[in-house]
Design a protein around this ligand. Structure first.
Ligand SMILES: NC(=O)c1ccc[n+]([C@@H]2O[C@H](COP(=O)([O-])OP(=O)(O)OC[C@H]3O[C@@H](n4cnc5c(N)ncnc54)[C@H](O)[C@@H]3O)[C@@H](O)[C@H]2O)c1
Length: 341
């Protein structure tokens, strides 16, 4: 099919989904909630699962591979929500066909693949967004505004985590050849991306990590601590985990320690020295990952497509996160502090 990004955009953005599992159900519901978006195709390895998804979301076309879909279907955008080892090949195939992509986190198996995806996006002119969903959370956005306004003085250090208490995923998530990594790549990356966003997306200078497998005999990790030194001087301490006996709060949260104030997520507030807490948000929050988070994320993706605007979180943010994750695994293996380039 002969395409060039955006020359062919009709009034409706035609969107397809790779994967008919947990996250694509959420993304399809988010796409349904958008104005002028048409859900046109699903790509799913298991035809029965694809069929159920197609019926649920009234999607006409169903395929078993992304290549088949790209050959047969007039589509503007693809959401990639398959196991991690498929993110790079499916994304690159779509970008090379001038189809815009929103790919799930972790963007790829490693930073080398992430760079290939970035390169394919730059060469094709098709947009690549990485679904680092916490960047769309109202509480995260509020705390980021507080940081930008200078309320914290200088942020010295941060503490955050992405941890599942007394549970962890199964199936492909726990096999290195399909997932690339375990809890660090799966939920640690949420905490990593969130803190980077909160402190203004600095480059990472170096990483020290200890990552291990303790709770279930998997060939991926279920426990990690990571220290990131950011350009500009902030130091971040991040925990990742599955099956942990304790978590300090909901699945993921971050604290910021500044020279004039402390601030945190979930519950979200800022406490300036000698002042009452600024609640910022009414809490307790009903759901940690509400559908509205994904609706807002999808709305932004569609907006970027319509405006032909580079998304953020895009390929660069996803690639930087993958470089830090790679460095974390390398640090844990070698016991060394790893410089991030
Ligand atoms: N941002 C978030 O909140 C969030 C939450 C959950 C999962 N995720 C990410 O989304 C991705 C998918 O996770 P999930 O929980 O939906 O997994 P899942 O296992 O529920 O769904 C994956 C789907 O892909 C299908 N699939 C496998 N091989 C395929 C192939 N070759 N072609 C087409 N389809 C294929 C599977 O059959 C399955 O239906 C992962 O990268 C995960 O990290 C993100």
């Amino acid at each position: 099919m002969n395409r060039s990004p955006n020359n062919r955009l009709s009034t409706k953005v035609k969107i397809a989904f790779a994967g008919a599992g947990y996250i694509c159900n959420i993304h399809a519901q988010a796409a349904k909630a958008q104005k002028d978006v048409e859900l046109v195709a699903v790509v799913e390895k298991f035809p029965d699962k694809g069929q159920a998804f197609a019926q649920k979301f009234r999607i006409k076309d169903q395929f078993e591979t992304v290549e088949q879909m790209l050959n047969a279907c007039d589509v503007d955008a693809l959401v990639v929500g398959t196991p991690n080892y498929l993110h790079a090949p499916q994304t690159i195939a779509a970008l090379n066909a001038s189809v815009h992509v929103m790919v799930e986190k972790p963007m790829a198996m490693n930073s080398r693949e992430a760079y290939q995806m970035l390169d394919a996006s730059q060469k094709s002119g098709a947009l690549l967004m990485v679904a680092h969903c916490w960047r769309f959370d109202p509480e995260v956005l509020w705390l980021r505004e507080q940081a930008k306004s200078g309320r914290f003085g200088k942020i010295i250090r941060t503490k955050g985590y992405g941890v599942h208490k007394l549970w962890g995923p199964s199936g492909w998530f726990t096999q290195r050849k399909f997932a690339g990594g375990g809890a660090m790549a799966d939920v640690g990356i949420h905490a990593l991306d969130t803190v980077r966003f909160l402190i203004g997306d600095p480059q990472a200078e170096s990483v020290y990590a200890r990552i291990s497998t303790n709770y279930i005999p998997n060939d991926v990790d279920d426990t990690g601590i990571l220290i990131v030194n950011w350009e500009g001087g902030v130091v971040s301490y991040i925990e990742s985990g599955w099956w942990q006996p304790h978590t300090d709060g909901p699945e993921a949260a971050t604290q910021l320690y500044g020279t004039t104030a402390f601030g945190q997520l979930f519950p979200t507030y800022v406490q300036e020295q000698n002042q009452k807490d600024d609640p910022g948000f009414a809490y307790p929050r009903k759901e940690h990952c509400p559908q509205s988070l994904y609706d807002d994320q999808m709305s932004y993706f569609i907006q970027c497509i319509r405006a032909n605007q580079l998304p953020s979180p895009g390929a660069i943010e996803g690639w930087i996160n993958m470089k830090i994750v790679d460095a974390a695994y390398q640090s844990s293996e070698t016991g060394e502090v790893i410089k991030v380039r």
